[in-house]
Design a protein around this ligand. Structure first.
Ligand SMILES: Nc1nc2c(ncn2[C@@H]2O[C@H](COP(=O)(O)OP(=O)(O)OP(=O)(O)O)[C@@H](O)[C@H]2O)c(=O)[nH]1
Ligand SMILES: [Mg+2]
Length: 379
């Protein structure tokens, strides 16, 4: 059985949670406050077995205030289901969530044109045309755009077929890589102790394995293992996993922690990265700016040291070396941003540069990982 993680994305109230329920029967809004307010606040989960595929859905909140929770759910996705309500079309968090998916390098997915029961044929086609325009030039160009109504059930079967079709093209996971599980929930069950959940993004975990909770470095053992709600002795990359940890407090394994085999990874607070500032960013990025970084399910504050123009030479990388990428003459590049000329190391929207990230707390990152920030996006 192939395991596929599908994340929702899209503007508030566009029908993400309703769609996950129409597909799986599960209401991913589990908090009392979510039920009361009728909005999603934190990420929720649901499963669906279809043919040879086990889909794990991660449902994210659309409200702009909860974008950090969305970020905690948007890592490790195989497919994104971009939800666009046919009666409202593309809205601000459609754009923001889609940018995040692009920058986290989600490779594939589809667009669900929800609330199709609320529009006539003409409006539906208009929304479809707007969505086609919106995804042009991105990984979703040419992807299925499926009209669907969670209210009437129309289009749900077509959506399932489209998910299966896309799942068949998802690359197999790196089961030989160092196992890592970014924790998205940690809770305590009477009689069992601490249980954490998350997507195993690489490698395998076995019952009884000695593991470590990073960045704190607490050593522990896998007492019990569940995949998609069922007891098992082996969890594989790409599976939604719950782990009962031996002798660990809930406080020691909160969201943002990473589980890995004991002694294999070391948390770090200094990371070399390539930073990409979105074209749509509202202002340039200045030297040593303090940003909130997201990595897996972790969130840490960091200062960005821009290497270009600061006289720092980066051996062997041919980028950022002083002189190879000179700063523009004052006022020549982005005149609308002011004519005083950039500070050395200032980064303008649409540019990409090598940086050093000085984190205020360590994280367990590996080369090639994606990090992001509401203002900046980094590799
Ligand atoms: N008519 C109609 N209403 C829908 C449909 N899907 C969702 N709704 C309604 O739209 C509202 C919002 O739906 P949700 O599924 O909570 O939207 P959401 O995208 O999960 O919202 P957030 O998680 O807060 O971003 C609810 O009142 C749903 O009943 C649909 O296909 N047709
Ligand atoms: Mg929701």
């Amino acid at each position: 059985m192939k395991h596929i993680i599908v994340g929702t994305a899209g503007h508030i109230d566009h029908g993400k949670t309703a769609l996950v329920k129409a597909l799986t029967g599960v209401d991913a809004d589990r908090l009392k406050e979510e039920k009361q307010r009728g909005i999603t606040i934190d990420i929720g989960f649901a499963d669906l077995a279809l043919g040879e595929y086990q889909f794990g859905f991660v449902d994210v909140p659309g409200h702009e205030r909860f974008v950090k929770n969305m970020l905690a759910g948007a890592h490790g996705l195989d497919l994104v289901m971009l939800v666009v309500a046919a009666d409202e079309s593309v809205m601000p968090q459609t754009r923001e969530h889609f940018d995040i998916c692009r920058l986290l390098r989600v490779k594939s997915g589809l667009v669900a044109l929800t609330k199709s029961d609320l529009v006539d044929e003409e409006l539906l086609e208009l929304a479809r045309a707007e969505v086609e325009d919106f995804v042009r030039g991105s990984f979703l160009e040419g992807a299925p755009i499926v009209p669907v109504s969670s209210r009437t059930g129309d289009g749900v079967d077509e959506l399932k077929n489209a998910l299966v079709e896309l799942a068949s093209a998802v690359d197999p996971k790196a089961t030989l890589a160092v196992p890592r599980l970014p924790v998205d929930r940690a809770f305590s069950i009477k009689g069992f102790g601490t249980v954490v959940t998350g997507t195993l993004i690489a490698g395998e975990l076995n019952g009884g394995d000695e593991i470590e909770v990073l960045p704190g470095g607490v050593k522990t053992r896998v007492r019990n293992l569940q995949v998609h709600g069922k007891d098992t002795t082996l969890a594989l990359a790409g599976q939604r996993t719950a782990i009962n940890l031996q002798g660990v407090n809930v406080e020691q394994a909160q969201r943002g922690s990473v589980l890995a085999p004991a002694g294999r990874l070391q948390a770090t607070s200094m990371i070399d990265a390539r930073l990409e500032l979105l074209k749509t960013a509202s202002r340039p990025l200045v030297q040593r700016v303090r940003v909130r970084l997201h990595h897996g399910t972790a969130e840490v504050m960091a200062r960005v040291v821009i290497l270009r123009g600061s006289g720092v030479t980066v051996p062997g990388l041919g980028f950022g070396v002083q002189g190879s990428e000179p700063n523009p003459e004052p006022g020549t590049r982005n005149p609308e941003l002011g004519t005083a000329g950039p500070e050395p190391g200032t980064l303008f929207p649409g540019e990409s540069v090598l940086v050093q990230l000085r984190l205020e707390e360590p994280i367990a990152a590996l080369p090639g990982d994606r990090l992001s920030s509401a203002a900046t996006h980094l590799k």
